[in-house]
Design a protein around this ligand. Structure first.
Ligand SMILES: Nc1ncnc2c1ncn2[C@@H]1O[C@H](COP(=O)(O)OP(=O)(O)OP(=O)(O)O)[C@@H](O)[C@H]1O
Length: 258
């Protein structure tokens, strides 16, 4: 049996039923040579669910996102995705020689006419509250503003699934908090299925509907926590605080309360 017989990725652009999961991962395995990174991995992600993934360093979180994006092909198993996927990285993926408007415009290439592209561009600039910076270059923006441009570009093309790999980790704590609120607001206006990989347990609890904790490599799902807090989310909501504490315990960073 060949590698391609074992590994299948299905993409369906038409989204018709909210009963069908946005992502269905079955019996997934992945290895780099002899290094087994993911084993016996099964997961379903609901349409418009916000799923956060946490786990020890090197356990396979980024590999999982690469497999979800289709960038890597799994060694074994299948990943079914309903819709288009966009990836937002930790470090600026913006082109430094292009303005904010031109960077966002890259996400609008599929729109057929210039008038429509301009209308959508203005809408996206307003969505991330950056209309005044349309003609600025990335080096003229703060880290938080750059991430907002990344978000606008990722959301501009109406993709259905956003994959985020530590998108806020290069920002200071206050900027991270602001970006989280911003992301929550934007997603309430433009719902998407989101998969967020983060080392920040508070961020996971603050943003996600569900958090999965991965084991040491090879990654398996060690546990999953549902965050029962209303939106817009408040960092001091008891469910967010409790989830953060439970994540600390699950990750072995704090003992269970006596
Ligand atoms: N392209 C690759 N070729 C070979 N090995 C790789 C490759 N990418 C990742 N690995 C290995 O796979 C394992 C998982 O890496 P991965 O980056 O997925 O972990 P991670 O959980 O995202 O790590 P971190 O939390 O430190 O960012 C690591 O041991 C890494 O060295």
């Amino acid at each position: 049996m060949t590698r391609s017989d074992l590994a299948t990725i299905h993409t369906t652009a038409q989204i018709q039923s909210s009963d069908v999961p946005a992502v269905a991962i079955k019996q997934l395995e992945h290895a780099y040579g002899n290094l087994s990174v993911i084993e016996n991995f099964n997961l379903e992600i609901r349409r418009h669910e916000f799923l956060a993934i946490v786990g020890p360093s090197g356990c396979g979180k980024t590999t999982l996102l690469s497999l979800l994006s289709g960038y890597e092909q799994p060694t074994k198993g299948s990943i079914a995705r309903l819709g288009e996927v966009r990836m937002i990285y930790q470090q600026g993926g913006l082109f430094p020689w292009l303005t904010v408007a031109e960077n966002i415009g890259l996400g609008l290439k599929r729109l057929p006419n210039a008038k429509e592209r301009q209308k959508k561009l203005e809408e996206m600039l307003a969505l991330v509250e950056l209309p005044m910076f349309a003609d600025s270059y990335p080096h003229q923006l703060s880290g938080g503003m750059k991430q907002r441009v990344e978000l606008a570009r990722a959301l501009a093309d109406d993709s259905d699934i956003l994959l985020m790999d530590e998108p806020f980790s290069s920002l200071d704590y206050i900027a991270r908090l602001q970006l989280r609120q911003e992301l929550g607001r934007i997603l309430s206006l433009r719902p998407r299925t989101v998969v967020l990989v983060t080392h920040d347990l508070e961020e996971a609890a603050h943003l996600a509907d569900r958090v999965i904790v991965l084991s040491e490599r090879p990654a398996r799902i060690q546990c999953e926590l549902v965050v029962n807090a209303p939106r817009p989310r408040n960092l001091t909501h008891p469910a967010v605080i409790e989830t953060t504490q439970r994540l600390l315990i699950e990750m072995g960073l704090e003992g269970a309360p006596k």
